[in-house]
Design a protein around this ligand. Sequence first.
Ligand code: ATP
Length: 456
Amino acid sequence: MAKPNKNKMPVKMEKLMSLCKRRGFIYQSSEIYGGQSACWDYGPLGVEVKNNIKQLWWKAMVQENENIEGIDAAIIMHPRVWEASGHVEGFHDPMVDCKECKRRFRADQLTTDVCPECGGEFTDVRQFNLMFKTHIGPVEDSASIAYLRPETAQGIYVNFLNVYNSSRQKIPFGIAQIGKAFRNEITPGNFIFRSREFEQMEMQFFVKPEEADSWMEHWKQQRWNFHMRLGIRPERLRWHEHGPDELAHYAKSAFDIEYRFPFGWSELEGVHNRTDFDLKRHTEFSGKDMSYFDQETNERYIPYIIETSAGCDRTMLEILTDSYEEEPGEKETRVVMRISPLIAPIKAAVFPLVKRDGMPEIAREIQQELKKAFPIFYDEGGSIGRRYRRMDEAGTPYCLTVDSQTKEDNTVTVRDRDSMDQTRVKIDDLKSMIRNAIENYKRPETVDTLEDTYVE
Ligand code: ATP
């Protein structure tokens, strides 16, 4: 694989963004007003995929682990939380402005001394706090300052004692949460990769300090498995270990899972050993003792935290980029989203071949029955070829067509998204066929024809 060119717009990103808009996965926020930069809206198909990602994560964390509890904490927290966490003092990015074109850049991401846009001179580096600030109540003074949370993790830490006291958990145990986070990013971009409003899926696992390293290994493995379960190509994933210069002040060790996006290898999520930093700080700032008493060993200690912190939107982008493929054909190029049936927004589409001879009625009946178990799409407009192509772009694994033979033998034509093969399947067997695809999908080996191509 050649090295992606970070300075050029990859063709795949451009095409993917256009498909997302065309098919209703993702739109620019407030588009009719010219758009709100770095904010995105999920459309009818996008919200289905996003919900599937969140459900799968919740299942993998909360439902499949007896020692993990879920919570849903408020976005606005006591401002002291962000002093204790270090965000008020230290959640900064270094920023410079171009004196000529007034564009703003993150100083640590620049590779040149002069503005890459116009060649102008930069201002001195200033520190820019990434938290969105607001005021609570009618008086706008320093006593009423509040922040939109820049991460969901703190909502978990401040509830450590609550969850411990109200559940029957003992250390080691974890607390999981999915929710929105906000960062006033200086240079957002790459579609939904870096936005100002995004969603995180975080699980914080509280352990005995001497067991932290082995739990770290455990959660690294679990998080890797999650991406395998999403059906992502393993050769596009890798671990990145933070070196001493990258490690956050609170972390003892940190590993990121990176995906090879068309714009280069970039972080999807992290697994971090945060030591006892967080609970110690909250003990200090709140005055509440957040240590843990182990009744078996008669020991009191402040637990270490192994954090798994994933971005829901980045996972979405990972799935979309990994799925998008173009297959050159004799007449035209086929665009197909090879999304795993497990997370595909629509599991099957039902078509009557023509709008007569009782075919729509039978197709509706099939749709009504399958709809009880899966999201099913019905379409009777346009040529069958056009209907197939629309479903290829939506990532729908199967198209089920009712034709003249259906009345004779109770079968439909099943057209497979990946191979385009057509077979006849009994109506009674459709449900188990779809269920089998959801549980046992294997992606075909294909060549990415758009890899390393850039907009000229
Ligand atoms: P980056 O270095 O890319 O800014 P980070 O290391 O600051 O990310 P964390 O603070 O560890 O990120 O946040 C955990 C996860 O939240 C990230 O791995 C990512 O998936 C997601 N995330 C963070 N910032 C953004 C953002 N601006 N837009 C979308 N997702 C984000």
